[in-house]
Design a protein around this ligand. Structure first.
Ligand SMILES: [Zn+2]
Length: 161
């Protein structure tokens, strides 16, 4: 997922610039409602997280169901929606760590990743990269990114001879 994160105030400002006929109070209310639904764990009918920005206009649904595109590219999402992702619970956010203490790995949303908590995919056991220390970090991040996926895929896979 690559949403461009934006605060609710900045988004409203942007949106009103492009849609001058829109009513600010009404827009803010719809965004807050969609955000509250997101936080309450309300999902799209397909099971995905709702896309707050789009849901404020057309009702609660995920990015794919609203736009028909499989992947958001340079699309706005309200930052507090993404930051409160469910699977981020219990992990430290980069903004909450003192600058001089920041070390290790973080996912795209800024949450700390503990390498030992990332489970090795069965595919990795038959892969040369698993023995290559130059790939240690990128392999770990590839697995991490897909830990909630049913099917693991990897572009770096190189079958063991
Ligand atoms: Zn959906």
């Amino acid at each position: 997922m690559s949403f461009t994160l934006i605060s609710i105030d900045n988004y409203i400002e942007e949106h009103l610039k492009n849609n001058p006929e829109e009513n600010e109070i009404d827009l803010r209310e719809r965004l807050n409602t969609a955000l509250a639904d997101y936080r309450a764990g309300i999902k799209c009918s397909c099971g995905n997280d709702i896309w707050v920005v789009g849901s404020a206009s057309v009702g609660n649904a995920c990015y794919t169901c609203i736009t028909g595109d499989s992947y958001p590219d340079d699309v706005y999402e309200i930052e507090s929606a993404v930051v409160r992702r469910k699977d981020a619970r219990g992990r430290r956010h980069i903004d909450d760590i003192p600058r001089d203490k920041i070390a290790g790995f973080f996912d795209d949303d800024g949450y700390e990743v503990t390498p030992s908590s990332v489970v090795k995919a069965p595919l990795c056991i038959t892969c040369q990269r698993d023995y290559d220390k130059d790939y240690m970090i990128s392999c770990m991040m590839t697995r991490f990114d897909q830990q909630n996926e049913l099917i693991f895929t990897c572009n770096d896979y190189l079958k063991l001879n």
